[in-house]
Structures are given as C-alpha cells and as structure tokens.
Design a protein around this ligand. Structure first.
Ligand code: Z5A
Ligand code: MG
Length: 227
C-alpha cells in the first residue's frame, strides 16, 4: 500500500535548481525572496543565490564594469560573467545533492542575452552561449515576462550599464528567441505585469510542482549547446 514519504525519505531527495529570469524590474529579486519563504514554510530547505555575485574577485570586476568605472572589452566581460557562474557551480551541485532547493536570481540566460543585445556583430547569441555549456542546468526556469514600458513604470533607470530602453527591448526579444530555440523544455512564462501576489501565486504553483516531483527529473543535468 502506498504511504506518505517519511521525513527521512523526503530528506534523501536531491534539491531542485530553480532559476528566475527577466528584464530589469520584472520583480525577480522580490519573487525569489517570496519563493524561498514559501518553500521553507512548507518544510523544504531553500537557499537564494544571485548572479552576478558581486562579492567574489571576479564579481568585483563585474561591479566596476556595470557601474561604469571600468572599460572592458565586450567578449572579456561576457566571459567574466560566465566565470562568475563557473566559480559557483561546484557549490550549487553540492547543495542540490544535499537536498537543498537552490533559487537563482538571473543565470546563464541573462548572461547570453545581455551580451548578445550589444551593438557588436561579433557577439551573437550562439557565441554568447558557448561558455555556459557544462554548467548545471535548471530543473525549471521561470521567465518573468513584462514589456520594457511596463517595467519602466516601476521606477526610472538607474545609472548602471544596460539600463536604457534600446538595450532592454533587444534583451526581451533575445530572451524570447532563446525560449523559442528550446534550450530546454522546462521554461515557464509568467505574466510579471500582474499584481505582486498573483505573480507569486503563479510562480509558486510551477515551483511546487517541480520540487514535489524532483525524482522524476533524474540527476541534475548540465547545459549543452544551443539546438
Ligand atoms: N547581467 C549580464 O549582463 N550578464 C549576466 O551574466 C548577468 C547579468 C547574470 C545587474 O543585474 C545587471 O547585470 C543587469 C543584467 C546584467 N543589467 N541590467 N540592466 P542585477 O540582477 O544585479 O540587477 P538588479 O539591480 O537586481 O535589478 P533588477 O534585476 O533589474 O530588478 P528585479 O530584481 O527584477 O526587480 P525587483 O527588485 O524585485 O523589483 C523592482 C521594483 O518593482 C521594486 O520596487 C518592486 O517592489 C517593484 N515590483 C516588483 N514586482 C512588482 C509587481 N508585480 N507589481 C508592481 N511592482 C512590482
Ligand atoms: Mg534584482
């Protein structure tokens, strides 16, 4: 007779790798914090990480670049963003193996599209994807879909690089291109223009389904080339 899993059986499950993506001010950080809290309230272990991680040596270089204090070649900064993920990869894998659900605020998808959106004909989406190959692949990625106009209503642009209408519109198109290319079949588009609580409700539904069925995903996968 089937029975509910015991506490130990539940703990033996691996964690899920959950990525939240979207344009600036789509609400990623707000929703990631809510997701961690919701998972914890339901008895799951959950941890929040974000990219860029500005605390590492590489992250500090990225921060200087984003703040406009350092000029770095487009390809070089792209590789630094990717290196910033690679330096976290082993820890992500360890946490997932230990049953921790890892919620990631921006990941490889931002990495590829923000670079490919630049006015640089030598930096295509395909080129930009290459250094991401081999990184842990999420079990689910949630794209907070919002128009740049709607996002702009949430406050003016800051002073960091990429915070302008032209770049944001290209970024959105490239996100949608990436989704269409089918990097994986675990993407969920969520309407991020809805009220905060409704966005949380939609995200929670997708995430709980993933976490509760994580055994059916098999071992944590790695990114391959773009199809
Ligand atoms: N970048 C890159 O180039 N390459 C890479 O590999 C990576 C990143 C990883 C910094 O990112 C830059 O790095 C970014 C991409 C590039 N460049 N740009 N532009 P970041 O993640 O550090 O950026 P951030 O400072 O965290 O901001 P954000 O991501 O743009 O915002 P958000 O996290 O999506 O939004 P939020 O902080 O949760 O919410 C923003 C405001 O909207 C806040 O007042 C909320 O209360 C409000 N909000 C949120 N949701 C709603 C709803 N539903 N209704 C109304 N108001 C809302
Ligand atoms: Mg944020």
């Amino acid at each position: 007779m089937a029975s509910n899993p015991t506490e130990n059986e539940r703990d033996a499950k691996r964690g899920a790798l959950i990525v939240v993506e979207g344009l600036d001010r789509a609400g990623k950080s707000t929703q990631c914090a809510r997701l961690v809290q919701t998972l914890q309230e339901r008895g799951h272990t959950a941890k929040y990480i974000r990219f860029p991680d500005r605390t590492t040596t590489i992250g500090k270089m990225i921060n200087e670049y984003l703040a406009g204090n350092a000029q770095i070649d487009d390809h070089s900064i792209h590789l630094l963003f990717s290196a910033n993920r690679w330096e976290a990869a082993a820890k992500i894998e360890e946490d997932i193996a230990n049953g921790i659900n890892v919620i990631v605020d921006r990941y490889c998808y931002s990495g590829a599209v923000y670079s490919a959106a630049k006015d640089n004909p030598n930096l295509s989406l395909r080129w930009a994807w290459q250094p991401e190959i081999g990184l842990p692949r999420p079990d689910i990625w949630l794209f907070l879909n919002i128009s740049p106009e709607e996002a702009a209503k949430r406050g003016g642009y800051g002073t960091e690089r990429y915070e302008n209408d032209k770049h944001q519109s290209r970024v959105r198109q490239l996100f949608l291109d990436l989704i269409k290319l089918g990097t994986d079949d675990d993407v969920c588009l969520v309407d991020a223009g809805q009220p905060l609580d409704k966005v949380s409700e939609d995200l929670t539904e997708h995430v709980l389904k993933c976490v509760d069925n994580i055994e059916s995903h098999g071992p944590l996968r790695k990114f391959g080339p773009l199809p």
